[in-house]
Design a protein around this ligand. Sequence first.
Ligand code: GLU
Length: 487
Amino acid sequence: MKNHVRVRYAPSPTGYPHVGNIRTALFNWLFARHHGGSFIVRIEDTDVARSVKGAVEAILDGLKWLGMDWDEGPGAGGSYGPYYQSQRLENYRTSAAKLVAQGDAYYCYCSTERLAEMRAEQARRKQPPGYDRRCRDLSQSEIVSCRLENKNPVVRFKFPTEGKTTFTDMVRGEVTFGNARIDDFVLMKSDGYPTYHLASVVDDHLMEISHVLRAEEWLSSAPRHLQLYRALGFTPPRFAHLPMLLGTDRSKLSKRHGAVSITEYKEKGYLPETMVNFLALLGWSLDDKTEIMSRRELIKNFSLERVSKTAAIFNREKLEWMNGVYIRKLSPEDFIKRAMPFLEEGLPREVPLSDDYVRRIMPLIQERTRTLAEIPGLTDFFFAKQLEYGTELLVGKKMDREAAGWALSMAMERLELLASFDEEQLEAVLRPLAVELGLKTGQLFGTLRVAVTGRTVAPPLFQTMAVLGKERCLSRIREALAQLRQM
Ligand code: GLU
């Protein structure tokens, strides 16, 4: 009896973990944590040719970054190991041998050339592709001569040629496949490694997996697996196929939609809490309105009943919005801590990052930050030795060069007199100055903003000037005046 919930995330290390793949991991993790069950990580590394160096590390780092801890698997141990399929080959060979012995599988000696020809012929005749079962019923003498020609046969499963395979998917309900459409797929490859189908069935059984939650693309594998479970005399787990992920244009999710590996989201400055919340909503919802949910709330509420059958849309703008929400929720201290690596990486090296200065800058941008990677770009003018901007930016709407120059000289005169360069004092001096100069506050402040920050959009002006400090502001205004004169 499989009373205890045991689920697995079974990545193939053939590349860096894509968001869709991590969504699968997350649903498994949430399901396990919700039921007080076990979350197992199993590395499906039987496709030697497609294995990518460093992929396992990237996958595990991604899980760690997102706070998805695993109870069994690489680095965590567990009594069902090893958790790398490449270290479990004996199990698959034993099962394949058993299937051959009992007549449920057979050796196939067909050469790659013959299979290619067969496929081409099927395509020409507009027949569905699939193995034509030539080796399924070979006589003993045929086997002897085949063996001489091909010493490394594959093992194929004798899939039933008629009838139906039906099962109840926990997301999709009753699903039925006609057996005639499924061919005798390979169980063991000629290199002695199992295929995904055999390895995953054997391991899900041996690891006592209770529920298989995986992407919809595997739905058509389910009848193959169920027939394998039957032939091997194993009780199958329950299946739940998670809805497909699409881009906002409803095409299959790809890089074009901003869906990249989880590592890249980390590098781009998305918070792990954002990613967990966002990915949880790709195919699952609490109701039709709640968007922001903590990890604890997700665990408490997660259920397969609320996983949708229809495809989920990956909306990059929503992800950015959500990251902004989570960034605003951070304490100022925490925000600084998370921003620091991005500042160190993204600002020119010659700039010293004094703690105190950074501490004063960061609250000015927390509200408007959407990704941590934007921070150097939002704050670089605080650190720059020399600002670079087009002089014409100093001349605001309905102003000319003289008006801008006059405004800056007057502002400089007033600012020089200030004993304390704080927000209130700055406002108390600069607002009346606009009136005095016959300018709209927007005109004066716009010119000043460009002079002290080098840009037209920046954090609130008085706070920014206060943080920049008197000396820096005055020298930048002086610099702006010089630029105006040369215009
Ligand atoms: N190794 C497969 C993958 O990477 C696992 C599929 C499954 O969960 O059964 O998608």
